[in-house]
Design a binder for this molecule. Sequence first.
Ligand code: AMP
Length: 299
Amino acid sequence: MSTQLINTAQGFRDACDAVRRSGRSLGLVPTMGALHEGHASLIRAAKQLADEVAVSIFVNPTQFGQNEDFGKYPKTLDRDREVCERSGATLVFAPSIEEMYPAGESTRVTVTGVSSGLCGATRPGHFDGVATIVTKFFVLAGPCTAVFGKKDYQQLKVIERFARDLLLPVTIVGHPIVRDVDAVALSSRNNYLSPSERARAQGIVRGLSAAHRAFAQGERQVSQLTGLVLGQLSAQQLSPQYVEVVDAETLQRFEPGQTAAPRCLLAVAAFCGTTRLIDNVVLGEDPDPILAAAQAHSA
Ligand code: AMP
């Protein structure tokens, strides 16, 4: 394989430095592996923006809660390397936990504000874990263009925030959500779903699409918009963890009685069986997610 597999922090730092020393720009795509077409799309986008692309593959323990799926998160490194190679990456960084968290480590990067609601409210400590590991990747990689999916919209906002606050020499780029042919957002966690759960998972994007249509026709009542999503979740026996309309930049919540802004994020987290799935649409900006998926798959 022509991708270079690197396991040590120093090795990754050296490889990234070498890219820049040769006059080439660097793209970075941090992932937890179990790569799918969504990750591949991020790698291809990074390759459009930079001469060489590094992909990190690391299941980061500090972003998982105690009762979450850290222990069973899928690990498919050989396949992942193939996805990286075929999508245009040249460096794959797959460190051990000990390499990223030296013995005795006691440092966390905490972002306030944008990390407090949505997933931050339901997964305490999650964004501290994310901000800490992504800071480490940025410190090792050095100046680069880093591409993140809008599937994890709040994560993208958290990363934009600390990159700016810590004056990191990184350009952050957000990439549209890649969806399966039935418009369900691709996710490594879809691997956990049984065939019947996978079919029911469509309820999430159907709800987002219904709210998108209503918004396009002028509906601005937050409770109406979230109600359309809740209706579709309930029809597919999905248990909502949150369905919220928030400001697309600050992520500040619009209360049910309020009017939504002309551009706002409608975000969902719901359980399909025991699997927690998230999805979102930026109302007033994104296309209808079901139409977008149909278009992407017919192209
Ligand atoms: P993960 O491996 O789940 O931590 O995701 C790594 C990166 O891929 C993150 O920036 C995610 O937002 C992004 N990503 C995951 N799924 C998708 C998707 N369906 N569409 C776009 N980006 C995605």
